[in-house]
Design a binder for this molecule. Structure first.
Ligand SMILES: Nc1ncnc2c1ncn2[C@@H]1O[C@H](COP(=O)(O)OP(=O)(O)OP(=O)(O)O)[C@@H](O)[C@H]1O
Length: 248
């Protein structure tokens, strides 16, 4: 697929740490509105991939483009966030001593980047946006609860809501189902599917039941590059994937 029409485009991206290639000629294209699942054994380069997209790590070689035309390699971490790339780390970082509502309100008011402060959001708009987010993240009845009292899964949803408050175009989500109950995991898959209706989403995940329920194209990383790509059934049938990952 052409770079110009993609939301995220990586071509020949390599990163070495002390001579060790964490990413090795990694190429991948995500279409606008697509949700993609990234799987791979420990050390495959999944986190490093997120790091190079978000500007935390600078690749040694290769190209990374956002929205077809924006060269992310020439941007720093703050500008990449401001451009509309949101990242959800594995551990939830919500404001525990604030209510669910206040967490969302703070996220809505926080500048996504330096330019965001130029936009003015009226309080009426703000309230309806928070209501929308509460419904989406399944926390409507917890709006007045302190974030500290939420379950681990609910905290993850709240943080996803806080990220969405910043209106990213592309959402990178690192192991959202880790540490969740089975019911929360299933609900998280539904939540991400809802989000993917209006956003592009890249989700790194180890939980195969979760990946199966997402029902999206899967990219298998191994030793810093793409080993296989396609439906979960397609990649699961690949001998090399079974050997490095699924068979373990
Ligand atoms: N800052 C760093 N310095 C040195 N080596 C690093 C650094 N970051 C990552 N690595 C190495 O690069 C490789 C890829 O790591 P990465 O964290 O991207 O893999 P991963 O697929 O996210 O693994 P996991 O599933 O365990 O999170 C690993 O061998 C790791 O030890």
């Amino acid at each position: 697929m052409a770079r110009q029409t993609s939301i995220l485009y990586l071509d020949g991206v390599s990163v070495s740490f002390d001579g060790f290639k964490a990413l090795n000629d990694l190429s991948m294209v995500i279409e606008p509105g697509e949700m993609r699942a990234i799987i791979g054994p420990n050390g495959a380069g999944k986190t490093t991939m997120m790091d190079v997209i978000t500007g935390k790590t600078r690749p040694d070689t290769g190209e990374i483009y956002f929205n077809g035309v924006v060269d992310l390699i020439s941007e720093d971490e703050a500008s990449i966030a401001e451009l509309g790339v949101g990242r959800k780390f594995q551990k939830p970082t919500v404001f525990e001593s604030h209510t669910v509502w206040d967490n969302l309100e703070l996220a809505l008011k926080a500048p996504r980047g330096p330019l965001a402060t130029l936009f003015h959001v009226t309080s009426g708009d703000e309230r309806s946006r928070i209501e929308e987010l509460l419904t989406l993240i399944r926390l409507g009845d917890k709006r007045d609860e302190l974030a500290a009292n939420l379950s681990h899964g609910q905290k993850q949803w709240l943080e996803i809501g806080m990220l969405l408050a910043q209106d990213p175009k592309l959402l990178l989500v690192d192991e959202p189902a880790a540490g969740m109950t089975d019911a929360e995991t299933a609900e998280t898959a539904e939540l991400l599917k809802d989000i993917a209706k209006t956003h592009s989403v890249v989700v790194v995940e180890h939980d195969m039941t979760f990946v199966r329920s997402l029902d999206v194209k899967v990219t298998v990383l191994h030793e810093g590059s793409v080993l296989a790509e396609g439906s979960l059934d397609h990649v699961s049938a690949d001998e090399r994937v079974v050997e490095v990952y699924l068979g373990r």
